[in-house]
Design a protein around this ligand. Structure first.
Ligand code: UD1
Length: 433
């Protein structure tokens, strides 16, 4: 996108707002829906996924499934597109993820495990760098090799083959979300028992396991560090509801922290965000957990949030995806907070944008030292990725004047209607002019 003429659709305008009030509904989790969609290729027939977010990344996964030969449709209720997808998986598929789709969305590599499981072969373009720099997939490949797959790479394409996947005990050197998912899906129809040790424990992994079990798989222990998979021969199509998006829920928590007020987040699962809620409570937000809804109250103005130190870690630690939201909150909190990034090296590209808005932040290695200021100052900024884009939008709620967030298409990759939802809570925010 050229900087001179910004598309009106590709900017989000925000003015200082608050206090917020009312109710907001979160959609299903992007990071689960994409994997469940990929997993459908393992069973021919018609699958139905409910609570699927209508976001750009899901549209790319739809394209990928269609490229392989599946028929994908959004269901409508009274003529209005609902959040349900049907995926009709034929007996034969083209087992490949081409470059143009993998390049648009790195998460496309999660088709690797399911395709190997179903067809004994898979061709997936090597993912390049992305918004967070180079992200290797060595652990995915190594784990799949331990189940018997072999890989060759040429002309930018990874080609995987296997006669019959065989169950094994696999110790992941790091609890990678993507590697755990690829391995879990491949293990479902492997012969014998697979044990995954040091598995990622994110709620989206437990959601994937529940989905696979709905298809007839024998997965136990998902959500913990050791997952056991008893291989089965046949899987069948399934109807399933995607787990709510904890990162979207956290975005509204940050919004109310920045703009003040009290809101109810429908679909927010406090039990999936415990460490984050502990940190936010220490900062001064108050919560009332209703099981599948969360009521949150910000300190009465002119009261401020208090600064805290936070480190990102694999689940159940504070997720790296929350971090831009936390930095935005700390930028107007009382005191100094240190944020330490332990998951992705150098995931700090939004910080110069917050500094343009008057935030006082110093980056030292993988630490960000944030000295809270009383108020931010609206400015033109650029969204570098999904969550950082959302963080800049909610930071704009606490900034005098107008903040114009360019490259808003990044936000649309992960949020169905961030602007509409914030506006309904009383925020002064709009798309384009
Ligand atoms: C997923 C999420 C992402 C989230 C991340 C961590 C999706 C689509 N994305 O990404 O939003 O921020 O989990 O919670 O679900 N690594 C390797 N080799 C590998 C695999 C990973 O070195 O083979 C490294 C990565 O570079 C990174 C760390 O492990 O430093 C964590 O990555 P991983 O947990 O795999 O994240 P993703 O699945 O890519």
């Amino acid at each position: 996108m050229g900087s001179e003429v910004e598309s009106v659709q590709d900017v989000i305008r925000v003015r200082q707002s608050g206090p917020l009030g009312g109710l907001v509904q979160v959609t299903g989790a992007k990071n689960s829906a994409l994997k469940l969609m990929a997993a459908t290729v393992m069973a021919p027939g018609r699958h139905t996924l409910r609570n699927v977010p209508r976001i750009a990344d899901v549209a790319i996964m739809v394209e990928l499934l269609e490229h392989m030969g599946a028929a994908v449709d959004w269901l409508s209720v009274d003529g209005v597109t609902a959040n349900s997808l049907t995926i009709e998986v034929p007996d034969m598929l083209i087992p490949e993820a081409p470059y143009d789709l993998v390049e648009k969305m790195r998460a496309s590599i999660v088709v690797l495990g399911p395709l190997l499981a179903r067809f004994g072969e898979a061709r997936v373009s090597v993912p390049g760098g992305d918004d967070f720099g180079h992200r290797p997939i060595d652990m995915h490949l190594k784990a799949l090799e331990e189940l018997g797959a072999t890989f060759t790479t040429s002309h930018g394409v990874i080609q995987g083959r296997v006669e019959q996947l065989l169950g094994a005990r696999i110790l992941l050197e790091y609890p990678s979300v993507g590697a755990t998912e690829n391995l879990l899906m491949a293990a479902v129809t492997a012969k014998g028992t697979t044990v995954i040790d040091n598995a990622a424990r994110e709620p989206e992994i437990a959601d994937l396991a529940a989905f696979l079990n709905g298809m007839g798989a024998g997965v136990s222990g998902a959500g913990g560090s050791t997952i056991t998979v008893e291989g089965v021969e046949h899987l069948h199509p399934v109807e399933y509801t995607v787990v709510p998006d904890r990162i979207e829920a956290a975005t509204y928590l940050a919004a109310v922290g920045l703009a003040g007020g009290e809101i109810t987040i429908e679909g927010a699962r406090a039990d999936h965000m415990e460490m984050l809620l502990d940190k936010l409570a220490a900062m001064g937000l108050q919560f009332d957990d209703g099981g599948d809804r969360l009521h949150v109250v910000a300190p009465e103005r002119p009261g401020r949030l208090a600064s805290v130190d936070v480190s990102t870690l694999p689940y159940p630690g504070v997720a790296t995806d929350y971090k831009p939201l936390l930095v935005a909150l700390l930028s107007v909190a009382d005191g100094v907070g240190i944020l330490t990034e332990n998951v992705f090296a150098g995931r700090f590209r939004y910080i110069p944008e917050l500094v343009r808005m008057g935030a006082d932040i110093r980056v030292e290695g993988h630490h960000a030292v944030v000295r809270g200021v009383r108020v931010l100052s609206g400015a033109p900024v650029r969204a570098p990725d999904i969550r950082a884009g959302a963080a800049l939008v909610v930071a704009g709620l606490a900034a005098e004047g107008e903040t114009v967030v360019a490259d808003a298409h990044h936000v649309a990759r992960g949020y169905e209607d961030l602007v509409g939802n914030l506006a309904r809570l009383g925020a002064n925010v709009s798309i384009g002019t």
